[in-house]
Design a protein around this ligand. Structure first.
Ligand code: SF4
Ligand code: SF4
Length: 120
């Protein structure tokens, strides 16, 4: 009997408390500025520094013989969203965005491709 009243008391107490969960995806959480989501590339010169500092080998860059960037790919299956690429890029060409909704049923969607160093 005591346990029943304790349970009821807990239920009533929580009726008047602010919910700690959100009705996602209808309601979205506020994302802090320091959040590291999907990396986006724009204005890449193909120096390759980001590739060297990426701890998980998630970045592939294809260049012409003259060093022009043909394609720049970040594999989200490997990326650990550490932000090293953004931090070390001398041209500020990589931005870690607030985009966290990256789930997909097709693993090909998890390769972010930028042609010529720009958004695809
Ligand atoms: S965020 Fe980290 S793991 Fe992801 S591509 Fe950049 S350096 Fe690599
Ligand atoms: S994204 Fe930045 S660090 Fe990476 S290859 Fe391009 S210019 Fe160099």
């Amino acid at each position: 009997m005591k346990a029943l009243f304790e349970g009821l008391f807990t239920v009533f107490k929580h009726l008047f408390m602010k919910p700690v969960t959100l009705e996602y995806p209808e309601k979205k959480p506020e994302i802090p500025d320091a959040f590291r989501g999907k990396p986006v590339v724009k204005g890449c010169i193909g120096c390759g520094i980001c590739q060297k500092v990426c701890p998980s080998g998630a970045i592939s860059i294809v260049k012409t013989m003259q060093g022009e960037v043909i394609s720049y790919v970040i594999d989200a299956k490997k990326c650990i969203f550490c932000g090293n690429c953004e931090y070390y890029c001398p041209k500020d060409a990589i931005q870690m965005t607030k985009d966290y909704e990256l789930a997909s049923e097709d693993k090909n969607d998890l390769k972010f491709t930028y042609r010529g160093g720009e958004d695809d």
